[in-house]
Design a protein around this ligand. Structure first.
Ligand SMILES: [Zn+2]
Length: 192
């Protein structure tokens, strides 16, 4: 089976789960915000090394006769293989109902999140023009950088830095800072 290539280094299976991929007519392509594709590719080009998102493709059986995508999805989740790092379908139990992932507007590229964050700051204008609007505070993530195109509370020429769920009400899901797109400068707020 041939993978569906979206850009030089990105494949559709990295942005959708296997159940969506094998049950939707277009393999789930219409579920994702196409702006994610050049945003990913810019990060990949600047990073200069391979970056994964979802990782289930390489686990597909060689013989696809009697393949059951729902069972396969379940087994990937059981094994801790990434399946929800792009679009999160209604079968996904994690995250808020209207999250950027559920709307197909977010991706969690895997790798050195601090290096990713630096790349975004250094190329903020380019990322912004491609549609990147929010990233997660790398203080609270390890091994990936969440980026999305959601324009909630968007301020012009700012890439918003948001906290993930931190387990502390004072920091949970809070607006943590901004990257100034014109200068690449980062302002972080004192939340505690
Ligand atoms: Zn995310």
């Amino acid at each position: 089976m041939k993978r569906i290539q979206l850009s030089a280094n990105l494949f559709l299976d990295e942005l959708v789960d296997p159940l969506t991929y094998f049950t939707e007519d277009d393999n789930g392509l219409s579920k994702i915000d196409k702006k994610l594709i050049p945003i990913f590719q810019l990060l990949r080009d600047k990073y200069g090394k391979s970056i994964g998102v979802n990782a289930w493709w390489k686990h597909l059986p060689l013989d696809m006769t009697n393949f059951d995508p729902a069972k396969f999805l379940e087994s990937m989740i059981d094994q801790g293989v990434y399946v929800w790092s792009g679009y999160r379908s209604p079968s996904c139990k994690i995250g808020a109902a209207k999250s950027a992932h559920k709307q197909g507007k977010a991706q969690d590229p895997k790798g050195d999140e601090k290096a990713f964050f630096k790349i975004v700051c250094e190329n903020a204008k380019e990322f912004y023009v491609l549609g990147l609007r929010r990233i997660e505070n790398v203080k609270y993530t390890k091994g990936w950088l969440h980026g999305d195109t959601l324009t909630t509370n968007h301020q012009p020429n700012k890439i918003r830095i948001i906290n993930p769920k931190t387990g502390d009400k004072r920091t949970d899901n809070k607006h943590a800072g901004d990257i100034d797109v014109l200068t690449g400068e980062v302002t972080m707020f004192k939340l505690i």
